[in-house]
Ligand binder design. Sequence first.
Ligand SMILES: Nc1ncnc2c1ncn2[C@@H]1O[C@H](COP(=O)(O)OP(=O)(O)O)[C@@H](O)[C@H]1O
Ligand SMILES: [Mg+2]
Length: 229
Amino acid sequence: MIRLIDVYKEYDNGTKALKGVNMRIDDGEFVFLVGPSGSGKSTVIKLITGEIAATEGRLMVNGYNLNNIAPRQIPYMRRTLGIIFQDFRLIEKKTVYENLAFVMRAIGASNRELRRRIPYVLQLVGLEQKADRYPGQLSGGEQQRVAIARALVNNPSMIIADEPTGNLDPQRSLEIMMLLERINELGTTVLVVTHEEELVNKFTKRVVAIQDGRIISDETGGYYNGEKI
Ligand SMILES: Nc1ncnc2c1ncn2[C@@H]1O[C@H](COP(=O)(O)OP(=O)(O)O)[C@@H](O)[C@H]1O
Ligand SMILES: [Mg+2]
């Protein structure tokens, strides 16, 4: 579960990115976080992942209180999250299989666990035939599916995707969203950040809309301006 209580974020240069944000995401939910460029979406994500700290307010992430978390606990908190970025961030010199093996080894998984888990997640994202390819040999949509597999491979309770379809065409974008929907149906909480209204409106999900650092609506099946579809 994620909770933000009266969260403010002011960056060092004085930019007030968040102005009192309250948000709760329960386990098992699928949530779109939408809003125009500069509205504070990535700031919310960076606060949840612990990349930056809030100026004021309280944050709870999957049982960890980020206001008083010990630095040595932060890696354990992050393991509860699988994070996906717009630009994929795969290791170009490693194959698809090795990209996934790398993050499993980082948490001490055995070779036996790798051999069991990696084929499963690659099959889930439809890339079981491409395990030996390098990222440069894959399309953008396929690379993003590798990034999703990598985010899932250590079995996080929640997937967070910040503009995951920003580099993809509309058809590939829809496929990625449908894959995230499927992953949610299998039990993982999903938080997807996007500014693509049209894509959001193809689904009937909870939509939290942020504008100028404030939540302006939070409705299931609604969007952006608080208007129902
Ligand atoms: N590291 C930073 N330093 C100063 N200002 C920042 C920084 N990161 C983001 N901002 C500013 O904070 C506001 C919110 O940014 P961001 O959360 O990235 O918005 P979004 O992801 O919705 O486009 C914007 O005005 C942006 O310019
Ligand atoms: Mg952003």
